[in-house]
Design a protein around this ligand. Structure first.
Ligand code: FES
Ligand code: FE2
Length: 397
């Protein structure tokens, strides 16, 4: 049952109808009422990536992030069980944990010193008699999300009756298995925000066409070759391609070993709605996306490696994140600029220009083994995300 849900339609048009096969309405990026409905219909009901298991090694380890716009605490209790709680004190609602990460024996609220353990139970309050004879500590546990893990990825959901995580991951599991293993570790991270709607990150990550036109350094390197754009189902999507050897010294500029082209396929994947996995050359980059408002979003990027990586490989993995995909990277800086340019541009609206094209490759994509497969430069995978968006936004009025 949805509560506090704002507008579900504009006039006679349900919000879900603002996405259609091959086109989307520009209002989905700029309207705060649509953003509010997305929070209820998508962000509260999906499995969301919240972290990597290696970020919480010991009992008492914690970190704070967000699920949609809701602040959360991800922690490991003394029995080594992972928990995700809404980061809000049960007394007066204050943000309970204000640090980014750390290790502590308890979660103590700064306001009136209510103290919670890492299973979310309220353990003590000062001057308890003041709350009256009916007051019981056990009535004030933190709100807990469901948690599950896959290949070291920690997912959580606020849906009380979610589909099982393996079912949600669906066809993406095969690609997660190729890229990840449960013994991997996070060895670096970047956090940044941009003035753009969260869906621009989702779209651009699965946009194969822009590589040759926006990212001029990549285009000049001659590394981009043919590949596929794949709709994996459940809103998840994938681009995969092979890179050829970079021309001249351009590979080195991007933190690549200029003598070798990767024999493996490069892939970028979106798990709808908040995870990206980028495996290009040596780089294994996870992104956790959180929408802050209709026009502002944040990204936590995690660099992954194997504990046994030789130091040179580890260095290359880190360099490829900062030199290519990160906010100061040759591709990352361009992409962030585009999220903001998109947002600014979509504020313009007038009769006749409301609908934006998303039809590239619609008439030549094919179905193959239960997947929809298009050319790398087509919008097949992006359309897959919007099939899920439309489905989830079709809430009862
Ligand atoms: S708001 Fe947390 S103890 Fe009062
Ligand atoms: Fe890009």
């Amino acid at each position: 049952m949805l509560t506090n849900v704002p507008k579900k339609s504009f006039g006679d048009v349900p919000i879900a109808e603002l996405v259609q096969p091959g086109r989307v309405h520009r209002r989905i990026y700029t309207d705060a009422a649509i953003y509010d409905l997305e929070q209820e219909a998508i962000w509260r009901r999906s499995w969301l990536l919240v972290g990597h298991i290696s970020e919480l090694k010991k009992p008492g380890d914690f970190l704070t992030r967000a699920m949609g716009r809701q602040p959360i605490i991800l922690c490991r209790d003394k029995d080594d069980i992972l928990h995700v709680f809404l980061n809000s004190c049960r007394h007066r609602g204050a943000k309970l944990c204000r640090e980014k990460l750390g290790n502590a024996p308890r979660l103590n609220c700064i306001y009136h010193a209510w103290s919670f353990d890492f299973t979310g139970k309220l353990r003590s309050v000062p001057e308890p008699e003041g709350y009256g004879p009916e007051f019981r500590l056990e009535d004030f546990s933190l709100f807990e999300a469901r948690v599950d893990t896959y290949q070291g990825l920690v997912f959580a959901t606020l849906d009380p009756n979610p589909m099982p995580l393996p079912e949600f991951l669906g066809n993406s599991k095969e690609y997660l298995d190729m890229a990840l293993s449960s013994d991997m570790e996070v060895f670096g991270s970047q956090e940044y925000q941009f003035d753009g709607n969260w869906k621009f990150h989702m779209e651009n990550t699965l946009d194969g066409l822009h590589g040759s036109y926006l990212h001029l350094l990549f285009a000049r390197s001659g590394m981009l070759t043919a590949g596929h754009s794949i709709d994996l189902g459940n809103g998840h999507g994938l681009l995969e391609w092979k890179t050829s050897k970079a021309k001249g010294d351009l590979g080195k500029t991007m933190g690549l070993d200029a003598t070798e082209a990767s024999p493996e396929k490069n892939r970028v994947m979106i798990l709808f709605p908040n995870m990206a996995l980028i495996t290009i050359n040596d780089l294994i980059n996870l992104r956790i996306l959180s929408p802050i408002s209709v026009g502002r979003s944040s990204i936590t990027a995690l660099a992954l490696g194997k504990p046994g990586d030789d130091p040179e490989l580890r260095q290359r993995r880190g360099l490829q994140l900062s030199a290519t995909q990160g906010p100061a990277g040759s591709a990352g800086a361009d992409d962030i600029e585009i999220y903001e340019v998109n947002q600014e541009g979509c504020e313009a609206t007038a009769p006749g220009i409301e609908w934006l094209e998303l039809s590239r490759g619609l008439d030549r994509q094919i179905e193959k083994g239960g997947l929809i497969v298009g050319d790398l430069n087509d919008e097949t995978a992006i359309r897959g995300c919007y099939v899920q968006w439309r489905e989830m936004m079709r809430v009862p009025s």
